[in-house]
Design a protein around this ligand. Structure first.
Ligand code: HEC
Ligand code: HEC
Length: 312
């Protein structure tokens, strides 16, 4: 009796100690990964068009502030409230409140791994693990460009208020992604299948929204994500209503099996699907090329078909 009480006491003390350590440690810090930074040559118009498309379809979803219409930051609305009050920071060119003073290598490191220039792990933000080097370069070129979306804006970013749960998660399962050994070339537009795989898993990361849930996605091995491309991840539209991502596999009844390439093109380019206008957060890729649509179509029709019932 006495020994078991003693053991219980020790276990309780250890648990309390671990909880205190997590609370004090907060969101962990890591060594900032050294991304090979090549001197950026002057951006070409094609690079800026691609970079703009990547930033609008991805970064802007979280970082765009509707009041300033710049990337001066916004509260995160789509995350589970138990994770705390979180904010996508100001990433305009402002040197104090934005990323004007960050180097390309520091930006590349946070975008690829989630580790900020001060070493603190940046939570929630997706990691562009499979993005090609040239696409990353285009993205950074756009962030440095004269586009109105990224011009310096002095909106301060409120302090993050992560919950105890988020602190536990980031001290256990939520980790930065490793830097994959480079170089990472962009595949050629032909064969369409390999190109499409890159677009769906790397450049546009469609799989991150279109698989079963963010929790079960496998950033390093996308195809091993639960319900890969079968849809079902839950979001909110701009009015706060529930929206679920669609099944993109070739299943003829619940997926895109009966779709034509032209229907996919209209959905991606204009947000007009055969079922009507697509809702937030489905991006509109207004500058997507015919070659890209061809690749995405070929790849989506080739992946294992899943029959899923996604709530309407
Ligand atoms: C799902 C929402 C989301 C998306 C998409 C997203 N971010 Fe973030 N980003 C965040 C959040 C939230 C933080 C802050 C997290 C923290 O402080 O722990 C952040 C932090 C950052 C930071 C660090 C800024 C600072 O001052 O600490 C940079 C730089 C950044 N994001 C750039 C980008 C770029 C570039 C993209 C597009 C490739 C992008 N983000 C896409 C949510 C997002
Ligand atoms: C940020 C998350 C997100 C990303 C990234 C994303 N989607 Fe979507 N997508 C959605 C959501 C949510 C819906 C459902 C919208 C609705 O019901 O109105 C959707 C709808 C669609 C539809 C319409 C299906 C239908 O039956 O009407 C297609 C097709 C589609 N997405 C393809 C893609 C492709 C291809 C990519 C990558 C190039 C992609 N999506 C990237 C979230 C996303």
């Amino acid at each position: 009796m006495k020994t078991s009480l003693c053991l219980l006491g020790v276990a309780l003390l250890l648990a309390a100690g671990a909880a205190l350590a997590v609370a004090l440690r907060g969101i962990p810090h890591y060594a900032v990964p050294a991304v090979a930074a090549r001197p950026a040559p002057a951006a070409t118009p094609a690079q800026l068009a691609l970079g703009g498309q990547l930033v609008r379809a991805n970064c802007a979803v979280c970082h765009r502030n509707p009041r300033t219409d710049r990337l001066s930051g916004a509260p995160l609305v789509d995350v589970f409230p138990g994770l705390g009050r979180l904010y996508a920071p100001n990433i305009t060119q402002d040197r104090r409140h934005g990323i004007g003073a960050w180097t390309d290598a520091e930006l590349a490191a946070v975008v690829r791994t989630g580790i900020g220039r001060d070493g603190r792990f940046r939570v929630i933000m997706p990691h562009a693990v499979h993005l090609s080097d040239a696409d990353l370069q285009a993205l950074l070129a756009f962030l440095r460009s004269a586009d109105p979306l990224v011009q310096a804006d002095a909106t301060p970013t409120p302090a993050q208020a992560p919950s105890f749960l988020l602190k536990i998660l980031t001290n256990t399962v939520m980790k930065p992604s490793p830097l994959l050994p480079g170089p990472r070339p962009t595949p050629a537009p032909a064969p369409a299948l390999a190109y499409g795989r890159y677009l769906v898993t790397g450049r546009y990361a469609c799989f991150e929204c279109h698989s079963r849930s963010h929790e079960t996605n496998q950033a390093l091995r996308p195809e091993q994500s639960a319900g890969y491309l079968g849809g079902g991840t839950a979001f909110h539209d701009r009015q706060g209503r529930r929206v679920h991502s669609a099944n993109l596999t070739g299943d003829p009844d619940t997926g895109l099996g009966r779709w034509t390439p032209a229907q996919l093109a209209a959905t991606l380019r204009f947000g007009q699907s055969p079922h009507g206008p697509t809702r937030h957060p489905m991006p509109v890729y207004s500058a997507i090329t015919d070659e890209e649509v061809r690749g995405i179509y070929a790849y989506l029709q080739s992946v294992p078909r899943l029959k899923t019932t996604v709530p309407k």
